[in-house]
Design a protein. Structure first.
Length: 155
């Protein structure tokens, strides 16, 4: 993989790392549904602007979308995305953001398994070991015992 793609992926990671902090600040002040609705409206406005600049491409693709594609789009957008976001913001409002974000980041494990089962993607030993290390690291992050907090070491 080229360095530019690695840096772009790390930039996405940075953006996704900032998002929970902002969402937690909002979740401590407002109802989860309020945050989601306003967030969704702003997202919708952004999509309209993107649509405006990509009208021709989108209009070429729309007739090519079949019922199966539409089912996939609806399921990932409405059922998976919406329910995951609702649960995620609710959890951020109640727990430490770094722990929730870490636990949510176990997704590579599920992606690895599901991509192998349904997409017939190749799995290498490096992919398996890397995923195991990520999951173990996430479990260590989520183990939130006061005896092991950094403040305890500094006393």
């Amino acid at each position: 993989m080229d360095l530019i793609y690695i840096l772009a992926a790390l930039f996405v990671s940075l953006l996704w790392g900032i998002s929970p902090i902002i969402l937690k600040l909002l979740a401590m002040k407002f109802n989860t549904i309020t945050i989601m609705v306003i967030n969704g409206l702003l997202y919708f406005i952004s999509l309209i602007i993107i649509f405006y600049f990509n009208y021709k491409t989108i209009m070429k693709d729309i007739p090519r979308i079949n019922k199966y594609d539409l089912l996939l789009l609806v399921s990932t957008s409405v059922f998976i995305g919406l329910s995951a976001q609702l649960i995620y913001i609710t959890l951020l409002g109640s727990f430490d953001s770094y722990i929730i974000t870490a636990l949510v980041s176990v997704s590579p494990l599920f992606t690895l398994i599901l991509a192998y089962l349904f997409m017939k993607e190749n799995i290498t030993i490096h992919g398996v070991l890397g995923t195991i290390l990520v999951v173990v690291g996430i479990m260590l992050i989520s183990y939130n015992d006061d005896r092991y907090r950094i403040k305890s070491f500094l006393k």
